[in-house]
Design a protein. Structure first.
Length: 136
């Protein structure tokens, strides 16, 4: 039997991918639900939205949510999500993209719910991986 490699502080690719998919789902749901989705007549906005998706895992990494040596409490996930959402809002403001408060509220709500649900679903595998790493 091959023993697993010792863990480092590197992020788990599956966790990062799940977070990115959860954020994309949040963006899509906000676009579908909000009557004020900002797509109308702005060709550059979808590219900017795609770019802001990358902010979320970067913030999560900086705040230690991908460190497999640490337990990730849901309050840390929510705090990191709020920081990421604030950065998205600042970027959209600086880029002078007209985004309604309703759309941003929907984006924040759907992204946070999808991230928390995704984290709860992947938590058992995270715990198993951390336990295997503790043996080495």
């Amino acid at each position: 039997m091959v023993s697993p490699m010792p863990l480092s502080g590197r992020p788990l690719p599956v966790t990062v991918a799940v977070d990115i998919l959860a954020v994309i789902l949040g963006y899509l749901l906000a676009t579908v639900v909000s009557p004020y989705a900002p797509w109308g007549g702005r060709a550059h906005f979808p590219l900017l939205i795609i770019a802001t998706v990358a902010i979320w895992p970067l913030v999560f990494a900086v705040l230690g949510l991908y460190d497999v040596r640490r337990h990730t409490d849901m309050h840390r996930v929510v705090n990191a999500g709020l920081v990421a959402a604030l950065l998205v809002l600042i970027i959209l403001f600086v880029a002078r993209v007209d985004v309604s408060r309703d759309y941003f509220a929907a984006l924040l709500a759907f992204s946070m719910v999808s991230i928390v649900v995704a984290r709860l679903v992947t938590r058992p595998s995270e715990i198993r991986r951390r336990q295997l790493g503790d043996r080495h």
